[in-house]
Design a protein around this ligand. Structure first.
Ligand code: ADP
Ligand code: ZN
Length: 725
């Protein structure tokens, strides 16, 4: 009889590897534990996936060591990881290791030193020994415990050493307990009385029972979605079940954690990449063990094991940050919907601007549709107006009408927020004499001028250079073209001195604590002007803001991606939602050269769902997602030919084998056709039926996997791509 196991290691391997256990005694591997195995000429840490039967030991190599006493990943989590690896066509080992906290990807054992009492120790205790109070305390604690006690709980080292020397206690090693503190003070803040829409939403979810059901909570900005979450979370915690809350951005976690902690009698466990490894490990284990009842995390928390799951919440479910854009290309929202079904618990997807995917599920009855149509505080939704900037004399990208509005709001005591989705000082430096534009030597892109640091920078590959004094080809002076947030900040600071200004973009908030500082300056009213990129769009609550200016709507309106209009509508409503959240009514001004653009018109005249319904009709017409299932195959190489011919061959094979059910578009150059010195091409696959798409993708995996790829070609599969760039 031999016993063998399939294990996975990180790396580009689609299957697992088989090893056997060649010694009797000692712990036996079970799925979800780590083992140390020989691998090629060296050794690796691997995770056991499943036992295999009838394997000849001669053919397999032995497991060297079992590293965990208990599985790190339970069976349901392992099943989810296996599904995700298959669905997203990504190597299982990569997926499994990505799901572990970093500390556990290596050999580190989850062990701590502990003591257990000996029979001599118990006898001594009964006879009134030891004399020393601290020794007696420690020994009593040992005798009272059902299992060995970690030394950290047993007083000073000298005391413990005495117990061992006297033969009253024995040192041993045990798996570190996964503990999670209960706050000393239960949540002190009272919940507001929910309004009718909020109550209906809570009631709908509650009355549907404990089992799987997906809900779309579509609530306008400030409508009190978080209060709905809180009410639902309270119910689950009271019933002894866990709640997992996933948000798209790290920067959204502190405010949510604060709010949850003030209200609920639990300390939320937090999981995001900004934590120290040790903190993350502690939180992860507490969730997996079920000692932590509430967990808030970013994307990767979608895979955390849950010991007693009750409810899953995805906030800002439309946000592209929920999709991982490199390596393992999963969408946390979609993974969580799958998981909710597997765990048989409800899932609530919340947003002021839901994705077309989720709206369609709601319209067609697959998801419950919960609507919050008014602001909870009673504040009115801001009025949105277009500013037609055709023929206007612009000052640094700002029309006279917008400048007047800024002045009016500042003088009336309001705060003003200006949204411009382009960082740096200017997106390009040009020569008016000869037409030279400073471009990246490695990408098909211009270099952005970052004036504060005096550098030209490529936003695609990170290339940097100094700023040339004049045109490198004709020596004429260079001038700036276009606007970035740095320039906007300069211009506004000069024009409205004394009002205080804060810039929120990736450059301005890079240092530790800078973001929090900036948000505090805005909250205290020290900064009355706020300039920023996409960062402004993300859920922050700025009650003093009365005017939001969208500096350049055209940039998004004319994006090449088929999701451009959807994204535009989402960003516009999200950034508009920052205005007038308190007593003072808000105003939103949108600068555009195309005030008659249908998306813009519909957004101003009707509502978000009307815009999205029109989008859905267009997508159906064009046979695009979400009415079709999509997969994108990307390839890049130092030579354009290598990447193109590779995809041409793939396309040809697919066209031969798949028939009419599958549309194969391309290959075409990627929107950014050259990046970091590599030429990029892509092939889009579309199918009416999910299984048709996956069959095609498996075929590609099989056929490419068996082929030798030369020319430093890289390729990848993106299932349900959200970004065609
Ligand atoms: P959202 O998550 O939809 O943006 P929040 O839950 O943050 O909305 O609520 C917006 C504001 O309204 C918050 O200041 C919140 O305290 C307040 N609020 C929410 N629900 C109520 C309610 N039922 N009564 C009074 N104020 C409320
Ligand atoms: Zn570049």
């Amino acid at each position: 009889m031999s016993s063998a196991w399939t294990v996975v290691v990180p790396g580009p391997f689609f299957g697992g590897f088989t090893y056997h256990l060649d010694r009797a005694g000692g712990p036996c591997p079970v799925p979800g534990v780590r083992v140390r195995v020989p691998f090629g000429q060296s050794e690796r840490v691997a995770v056991v996936i499943e036992p295999v039967r009838e394997k000849d030991e001669q053919e397999t190599r032995p497991i060297l060591e079992v590293l965990d006493e208990a599985p790190l990943l339970d069976e349901r989590t392992l099943a989810c990881l296996r599904w995700a690896a298959a669905y997203y066509h990504h190597p299982l080992g990569e997926v499994v290791f990505a799901a572990l906290p970093k500390v556990l990807r290596g050999e580190r054992r989850l062990e701590v030193e502990a003591l257990s009492p000996t029979s001599a120790g118990r006898a001594a205790l009964e006879e009134g020994a030891p004399r020393g109070e601290r020794q007696r305390e420690a020994l009593s604690a040992l005798a009272a415990a059902v299992a060995p006690v970690p030394v950290a709980r047993l007083g000073p080292a000298a005391v413990r050493r005495r117990l061992v020397e006297k033969g009253w206690a024995e040192p041993t090693r045990i798996t570190a307990p996964a503990e999670w503190p209960v706050p000393a003070e239960p949540g002190s803040e009272a919940a507001p009385t929910l309004n009718a829409e909020q109550q209906d939403a809570v009631e709908a979810v509650a009355s549907a029972g404990d089992g799987f059901r997906a809900w779309l909570l579509h609530g306008v900005t400030g409508s009190g979605k978080t209060e709905v979450y809180l009410a639902l979370i309270e119910r689950e915690l009271a019933a002894g079940r866990q709640v997992l809350v996933v948000v798209p951005e790290i920067s959204l976690t502190p405010q949510l954690i604060d709010r949850f902690a003030r209200r609920l009698a639990v300390r939320p466990a937090v999981l995001h990449s900004g934590l120290a490894d040790g903190e993350r490990l502690t939180a992860w284990r507490a969730v997996a063990a079920g000692t932590a009842g509430l967990v808030i995390g970013t994307r990767s928390a979608a895979f955390v094991p849950l010991a007693r799951p009750g409810l899953i919440i995805v906030d800002e479910e439309h946000d592209a940050a929920l999709k991982q854009q490199e390596g393992f290309l999963y969408h946390a929202r979609d993974v969580l919907v799958w998981r909710a079904r597997q765990l048989d618990v409800p899932i609530v997807l919340g947003s002021a601007t839901p994705s077309l995917e989720s709206l369609r599920h709601a319209w067609e009855g697959r998801y419950g549709h919960l609507r919050l149509t008014a602001r909870a505080s009673g504040a009115r939704m801001p009025a949105i107006h277009c500013l037609d900037v055709r023929g206007q004399t612009m000052v640094a990208g700002l029309s006279p009408a917008l400048l007047r509005a800024i002045e009016r709001h500042l003088l009336a005591g309001g705060q003003v927020m200006l949204y411009l989705n382009r960082r740096g000082y200017a997106p390009s430096l040009v020569c008016h004499a000869c037409g030279y534009v400073a471009g990246c030597p490695h990408c098909d892109a211009f270099l952005t001028w970052h004036r504060q640091i005096g550098r030209l920078r490529c936003h695609h590959c990170g290339f940097e250079q100094g700023v040339p004094a004049d045109c490198p080809s004709c020596q004429a002076p260079l001038s700036v073209r276009g606007m970035g947030t740095e320039q906007l900040e300069d211009v506004l600071a000069a024009r409205f001195p004394g009002f205080g200004i804060v810039r929120l973009d990736r450059d301005a908030t890079a240092g530790k604590g800078v973001m929090a500082d900036s948000l505090a300056r805005i909250a205290r009213g020290e900064a009355r002007l706020v300039v920023g990129t996409q960062m402004l769009v993300k859920g922050h609550d700025f009650p003093g803001v009365t005017l939001v200016g969208v500096v350049n709507a055209d940039q998004a309106l004319f994006a090449s991606d088929f999701r451009g209009p959807e994204r535009f509508a989402q960003s516009l409503l999200q950034v508009a939602g920052r205005a007038g959240r308190a007593e003072r009514p808000g105003e939103v001004l949108v600068q555009t050269h195309d005030p008659d653009h249908p998306v813009l018109r519909r957004l101003l005249a009707e509502d978000y769902e009307a815009v999205m319904a029109a989008q859905l009709a267009e997508r159906e017409q064009a046979e695009l997602p979400p009415t079709r299932f999509a997969g994108l195959i990307r390839a890049d190489a130092p030579q354009a030919d290598t990447a193109r011919t590779f995809l041409e061959k793939v396309a040809e094979e697919l066209r031969e084998s798949s028939g009419e059910d599958l549309s194969v578009w391309g290959p075409v150059p990627a929107p950014l056709a050259r990046r970091a010195g590599r030429y990029r091409f892509q092939l889009l696959l579309l199918a009416r039926v999910r299984s048709t798409l996956h069959r095609a993708l498996w075929q590609v995996d099989d056929s490419v996997g068996s082929r030798r790829l030369g020319g430093r070609l890289r390729w990848s599969i993106d299932v349900d791509p959200i970004d065609l760039a």
